[in-house]
Ligand binder design. Structure first.
Ligand code: LLP
Length: 444
């Protein structure tokens, strides 16, 4: 049964539209995800806790494979990574995009084939490069001119490494200024407009141990329209044609990055994957035909759209306070497990679970437990007027860039990740304890 089959009023109102497809209402205001009651998860694993629906992740991987069967789909590990996630992504036939030795080592030690991994990063450390070469990473994406000689030297005269060059195509897109990466005013990539990309490409082609397999761009994140991708794609194909003309080299790959936007609240726009696939394919075919070039293999790198909607965060209410006209509902997590509202002003749609309330809704500000006024998880949300300490709040669309960006602020400890699947719950990542925190502190 899908959520659209449910007769429940919640579903009819579209309130569960941003929840995992497996979400079903249970008695007493509870919800099940992956066949597991959320209140049971909270009781058994304590709060705050992150719940990840394995089927939702797998279905999203499959949707990408089905929409773009001719493309290589790399899951962007920065959105969320764990050993189970590595296995799911591998089993669903995706590759991986990593941006540190940490992500790379975790993936490879969990059994992911290194050849299907691409290493990114605007500032790769010696450790990152050492791990990449030692583990035999498939491709390294060059992000600055100084990297060319560094990678060539690290590979050695008899070695061989496939690389891409990251290009800034001059396209502005993305949900917030901090996550727009398609224009010059930011740190990533090499500019098409000022010729740095062309210059770097020429230098890479001069290095016999580096094999330039293609070009890369990533124009930003949380993009909900197809058009910016088409503009970027056209410019990238134009550059590939110029590379052919200048160097006689036909590059076989074009990596268009990720950034596919999702809805965090019911009614918000999301990038239409089917439309993206159809229009990118058409644009690629036309641009290549116009340039007299064979169509390169398309590569894409979705992160958020694979894992974001598969996650739900559960918090326990610790305090309720009226200050002036504002009702503050304070929970046992906050900006240390989800810095996104504070960083990007993102708005979430928490809901009360675990009891039916008949109280009229009232405008509420859900705040965290951290020592900052900016620790707001969800401002101006409608919650039942009788929300009280002990209640549970569930926040959907919590799978991406929350735990992967979690911090140790106030020594609260990072929450666990519980996978739910076909009625069973299991721990993927355990809660960070005070012992963990203490153990790292080895000074006297
Ligand atoms: N490829 C590259 C090179 C990237 O830098 C990123 C994300 C992706 C792919 C995946 O983008 P996605 O499909 O997940 O949008 N912390 C921010 C998002 C930062 C994105 C960083 N790069 C947030 O919470 O919104």
């Amino acid at each position: 049964m899908t959520i659209t089959d449910l007769p429940d009023a919640l579903t009819a109102a579209g309130e569960l539209s941003v929840w995992p497809a497996s979400t079903t209402p249970l008695p007493h205001g509870d919800l099940a995800v992956g066949g597991v009651s959320l209140t049971e998860v909270a009781d058994r694993f304590d709060t705050p806790v992150y719940v990840l629906d394995e089927r939702e992740v797998r279905e999203r991987c499959r949707a990408y494979r089905a929409a773009l069967p001719e493309a290589e789909v790399l899951y962007a590990a920065k959105a969320f990574l764990s050993r189970a996630m590595v296995r799911w992504v591998e089993e669903e036939g995706l590759g991986l995009d990593v941006c540190s030795a940490g992500e790379l080592e975790l993936a490879v030690t969990a059994g992911f084939p290194a050849a299907r991994i691409v290493l990114h990063g605007n500032a790769k450390s010696p450790r990152d490069l050492e791990a990449a070469l030692r583990l035999g990473v498939g491709r390294i994406v060059i992000d600055s001119p100084s990297e060319i000689a560094r990678i060539a030297a690290a590979v050695g005269p008899d070695g061989h490494q496939k690389v891409l060059v990251r290009v800034v195509p001059g396209v502005s897109a993305g949900g917030h200024a901090k996550i727009r990466t398609g224009t010059e005013a930011q740190k990533f990539g090499l500019s098409l407009a000022d010729g740095s990309a062309q210059h770097a490409i020429a230098r890479v082609l001069d290095q016999p141990q580096l094999e330039l397999t293609g070009l890369h761009c990533h124009i930003g994140s949380q993009i909900t329209e197809v058009k910016p991708y088409l503009v970027a794609l056209r410019r990238m194909v134009g550059l590939m044609a110029r590379v052919r003309d200048a160097h006689g080299v036909v590059l076989p790959e074009l990596d268009m990055g990720g950034g596919h936007g999702i809805a965090y609240r019911p009614g918000e726009p999301a990038l239409d994957l089917t439309a993206l696939a159809r229009r990118m394919r058409a644009e690629l075919g036309e641009s290549c035909a116009a340039a007299g070039m064979p169509v390169p293999r398309l590569v894409i790198e979705p992160g958020r759209a694979v894992v974001g909607p598969a996650g739900v965060a559960l918090y326990r209410v610790l305090a309720v306070k009226h200050t002036g006209d504002t009702v503050f509902v304070a929970v046992d997590g906050g900006m240390s497990d989800n810095p996104r509202p504070a960083l990007y002003g993102v708005r979430y749609a928490p809901r009360l679970i675990g009891r039916h309330s008949t109280a009229a809704p009232r405008t509420t500000t859900v705040v965290g437990r951290h020592c900052e006024a900016g620790d707001v998880l969800a401002g101006g949300v409608e919650l039942p007027g009788d929300v009280r300490p002990g209640d549970l709040l569930a926040v959907p669309v919590a799978g991406a860039y929350q735990l992967s960006m979690a911090s140790g602020y106030n020594m609260v400890g990072r929450p666990p990740v519980i996978a739910v699947h076909e009625g069973t719950a299991r721990t993927l990542i355990r809660r960070e304890t005070l012992d963990d925190v203490r153990m790292r502190d080895i000074g006297g």
